[in-house]
Ligand binder design. Structure first.
Ligand code: SF4
Length: 276
């Protein structure tokens, strides 16, 4: 059963009309129009649920080529399921930093199979670049933002070059900087649209959705990891701690810093403290 906790309109339509525009990425000069488009989309979907937002994003020819970006982490399966229900051929980008838990890699393969996702693309930094930039796998100690840029942001940026927008699993409750997160945003550096269909979901919504659709949890959740990233940068949390307390524990860092400025990868300090 599909349970979309905030849907006010029933699901409809069964055709696959995902946008497949070959249009070039919008130029910065078009930002005003892009912002207006995001504002109009947010107004249109204000009272809709995640499924309608996804349908709008994946089936509107004007939206262009849209990919989903997923970590196959603790809560990812809910959005993966929603996307699979709308269109199983949606490209799903999974960043394998080569430092993930083995359980994540197994879970990724199992969920892709179970949900029938037909276009999962595994992104990795190439071996030669890793040998040059992080030969001992120790960059995470001296420069964790640089490590995230090397292993996550650059491969993602390269992969996203073929798309006009991307779907994320970000939610308002996850941090203060996301408190006003909208369904549709314009990534001003690239002109891409970011679609956040679960922006308004609460932790309870995700739990209920996963229960009602019998979606398997990432196996590490039961072992005390409510938020899961790379193995060296993820620790267990104890009852009462924030779900993300185990990410980069003891460091002044709580995001991967996946964002772009002027079309280039930007690290958090280059944005004067602002985080994606
Ligand atoms: S989470 Fe840690 S190991 Fe993974 S890319 Fe970022 S700094 Fe490196």
């Amino acid at each position: 059963m599909l349970h979309d906790p905030h849907a006010l309109h029933p699901a409809g339509g069964g055709d696959d009309a995902r946008g497949a525009s070959d249009s070039a990425r919008p130029r910065r000069a078009d930002l005003h129009a892009l912002r207006a488009r995001a504002t109009a989309l947010n107004a249109r979907y204000r009272h809709h649920g995640a499924t309608d937002v996804l349908r709008g994003a994946l089936r509107d020819p004007e939206a262009g080529r849209i990919a989903m970006v997923s970590s196959f982490g603790a809560e990812s399966v809910a959005l993966l399921h929603l996307v699979a229900m709308v269109d199983r051929t949606t490209p799903v980008l999974f960043i394998d930093t080569r430092l993930l838990f083995a359980e994540t890699l197994v879970y990724q393969a199992e969920m892709a199979e179970r949900l029938g996702l037909r276009d999962v693309r595994i992104l990795r930094t190439d071996e030669d670049t890793l040998k040059k930039r992080d030969p001992y796998g120790a960059l995470r100690f001296s420069d964790p933002d640089g490590c995230c840029a090397l292993r996550k942001t650059v491969p993602l940026e390269n992969a996203l070059n073929g798309f006009d927008g991307w779907i994320t699993g970000r939610k308002r409750y996850q941090s203060g900087t996301r408190a006003s997160l909208d369904f549709f945003e314009i990534e001003e550096a690239t002109g891409r649209i970011k679609v956040n269909p679960m922006a308004h979901w609460a932790p309870e919504d995700i739990r209920v959705y996963m229960d009602e659709n019998r979606l398997p949890r990432h196996p590490l959740v039961a072992q005390g990891y409510p938020s899961i990233g790379c193995a060296p940068c993820t620790s267990k949390v104890v009852p009462g701690e924030d779900a993300r307390a185990g990410r980069w524990r003891g460091q002044d860092k709580d995001e991967c810093g996946i964002h772009f400025v002027d079309g280039q990868v930007a690290r958090p300090q280059e944005r004067k403290g602002e985080r994606a």
